[in-house]
Design a protein around this ligand. Structure first.
Ligand SMILES: *Cc1c(COP(=O)(O)O)cnc(C)c1O
Length: 459
């Protein structure tokens, strides 16, 4: 029997990349600067110093092509990295497609998602700077879990504001955060001015990521031994995630493949950027020519229907202004099951690459995503987190298109997390309780426009 390429393409520990890739070095045009909301001028390191350690601030604005991964961070990464790349033979067979589908699986991490890739270095640089505690927000709990694990590695306390709706409905990640040593508060809370203001207006508020960010930032800004950590959106976060794409490049090279299409789900853009950026570098260098596709939920379509404008990262308006695709900083999406994709904005880097035509985007309704997730579980044996089922829905669509045309396209996707703690979402889908939440484009435009009028006047 002729040997066929393997199902699992593994790297040895010694082959793990030891540098992150900084896409800012190679961008054909630079992205617009981050602005101070008071002055309308580009922010400097001193504006971020109350929240972040200097090394992360330096990474946020660095234009060096590569940043070395500290030994201490590599040591923790080795608990689960390099992560496996799989060829989805069984999914291909079920679809009857000539496409070759590969998925990079990040569900093997301690949190079950890609988030520890940035949580670990963030905790490391903060501990090195003498910080004692990190505060953060979390939606479904993926980021809080990752940060609590990372803080435990470097003896930091970890305080998490979890969106109220998830705190009530999804207790398991709260339990995981507490198991890793973190503390969890439902948001909005009475513990911060931002939380109290929201509760005064609506005592039954179910919260949002934007509100939870306001609370976590407020706590960090007021205590010199506490810093803030963000799990997506920012340049340094996307850079930490590039270890996903760097490993995938090495793994595909082992089986002699180059991708024709990269597909990832986008909430704030970090797993997608982490997979795609190293491949964009290869494309800009003329070594391959993959098409790059971001997939977002129809219920929170920041790239495909948001406005490209300066906006706050949080609801209370405490963060710097970032130019990004936004649905407005007070946008509260319907409670879809993909908690990780319910953010009003998109990373400035991903937004900029979308504006400049380096990548494309589509929005998918959640029933189509769950259908793809169930097919994936039944063929490949992994129950995906609801977020990456968005990418899988586009993979399935493209693979079926290849079946029509006979094209042997090579498709690579990021399976950025497993869904073991999201089973109630699958239960709802399997028993007909999942509905789709689309938006009328005109309604969205009006709501964004209204939110943006609340911004300070920019010079
Ligand atoms: C947080 C999360 C996301 C969304 O965040 P990105 O920054 O867009 O990657 C997607 N998938 C999973 C599994 C997550 O935990």
């Amino acid at each position: 029997m002729a040997a066929r390429p393997p199902h699992q393409i593994r790297l040895d520990e010694s082959e793990m990349p030891t540098r992150w890739y900084n896409v800012l070095h190679d961008l054909p045009t630079p992205p617009p600067p981050v602005l101070h909301p008071g002055t309308g001028q580009p922010i400097g390191p001193e504006d971020l110093a109350p929240l972040f350690p200097l090394e992360l601030i330096a990474q946020e604005v660095s234009t060096e092509q590569y940043v070395d991964i500290p030994e201490e961070v590599q040591d923790v990464y080795r608990l689960w990295r390099p992560s496996p790349l799989f060829r989805a033979y069984r999914l291909e067979k079920a679809l009857g497609t000539p496409a070759r589908i590969y998925y990079k699986y990040e569900g093997v991490s301690p949190a079950g998602s890609h988030k520890p890739n940035t949580a670990v270095p963030q905790a490391y640089y903060n501990a090195k700077a003498g910080i004692k505690r990190l505060s953060t927000e979390t939606g479904a709990g993926q980021w809080g879990t990752a940060l609590a694990f990372a803080c435990a590695q470097f003896d930091l306390a970890c305080e998490v504001w979890q969106v109220r709706a998830s705190f009530d409905q999804k207790p398991y990640r709260r339990m995981m955060i507490e198991t890793f040593g973190g503390t969890v508060h439902p948001s909005p809370s009475e513990l911060t001015a931002a939380g109290r203001a929201i509760l005064a207006a609506d005592p039954t508020s179910s919260g949002s990521l934007g509100i939870a960010i306001s609370e976590a930032v407020e706590v960090a800004a007021q205590d010199p031994t506490t810093n803030y950590a963000l799990g997506s959106v920012l340049n340094h976060v996307l850079m930490h995630q590039t270890i996903i794409g760097e490993e995938a490049l090495l793994q595909l090279a082992k089986v002699g493949e180059t991708p024709d299409l990269l597909v990832g789900c986008t909430g704030g853009g970090s797993n997608f950027g982490g997979l795609a950026f190293p491949f964009l570098r290869e494309r800009w260098a003329g070594r391959m020519n993959p098409q790059v596709l971001a997939v977002e939920p129809e219920a929170c379509p920041s790239l495909t229907q948001g406005t490209y404008a300066y906006d706050f990262g949080d609801t209370a308006g405490m963060t710097p202004l970032m130019k990004m695709h936004t649905l407005g900083h007070d946008f509260i999406p319907d409670p879809i099951h993909s908690g990780g994709l319910r953010y009003h904005g998109m990373s400035p880097l991903i937004s900029h690459l979308y504006e400049t035509g380096e990548l494309s985007a589509v929005a998918k309704p959640q029933t189509e995503c769950f259908a793809a997730g169930v097919l994936f579980a039944r063929t490949e044996g992994i129950v995906p987190a609801p977020e990456p089922t968005h990418a899988l829905a586009s993979v399935v669509e493209e693979a079926l298109r290849c079946k029509e045309t006979g094209e042997e396209k090579v498709i690579l996707t990021a399976l950025c997390g497993h869904g073991h703690l999201d089973l109630p979402a699958y239960d709802a889908y399997l028993h007909g309780r999942v509905v789709d939440h689309g938006w009328e484009s005109a309604d969205l435009q009006a709501s964004v426009a209204k939110a943006l009028t609340k911004l300070p006047q920019l010079a």
